[in-house]
Write a protein of this length. Sequence first.
Length: 316
Amino acid sequence: MPYDESVPPTRRRRSLLAATAFAAVCLTAAGCGAGDVSGGTRAEPGPGGSGTSAPPPSKSAPAPDRTSASPTPSAKSSKPAGSSGSTGGGATGPLSGKTVVIDPGHNPNNHLHTGEINRQVDIGTTHKECDTTGTSTNSGYAEAQFTLDVSHRLRTLLQKQGAKVVLTYDNDRAYGPCVDERARIGNEARADAVVSVHADGSAVGNRGFHVILPGLVRGGKADTSKIVEPSRDLGTRIAGLFVRDTGSAPSNYIGGNSGLDIRKDLGGLNLSTVPKVFIECGNMRDPKDAALLTSAGWRQKAAQGIADGISSYLEG
């Protein structure tokens, strides 16, 4: 099965860092943005995966908790991709005049369009699949459902601060968009910040979140030289405030306890010309993390943590 573009091919367990200590460090001037976030010991992964793609959720799977109010994913829309979420920006607030692009990872219908999503696209340094199915919890709650729900909540929070918000996908297309188009939407919007929302699919016992930062890549259509440092700043702020708002700890299996990871094999980052990061909000395959990811109350906290990180970066 196709791999999740945001999941590296190798995993190594790390001990769990205290969440409060991490938040305090990441919000200092030096923060977690200084130096190699992997501690200089982890080789940059190449294309590949660790079996995180999952079949479509069973129809008998229990529905996730929806007790907290949030926008409901819309029915099929006639609006073109990348414009369905182009709302806000007219209100006054601390983010007035800023444009944020939110990229909900995957599409719940990708498994019905395997030919299309397996099509190879140019990511600058190599070619990769257009998109992947993503993962799911053991009970069948799909990553694509999670990412769209958190993205809707995040959009609402940012709009309240006056930001113009663009979603790369809003339940308005049959599959995708491809990873190169996801990057292009952010570029064409001239976004001040882009965040791609994901959830991981690792082994049981691997817990916590991590934020993926672009590495320095130059090749073909890819040149991240201008976005590496601002993306690091954006990702560091999101990581620190995600800890504060959710109570979750940084990943105990990737990122060297920093909650941050550098990747050079992701098309969504390689092709971006504006500051962009991915966030893996938790591990859908671990029962304890899955209990959080399927909770509407926790998803609201996750959206708040990402929103606060974006606001800190844009107001910084």
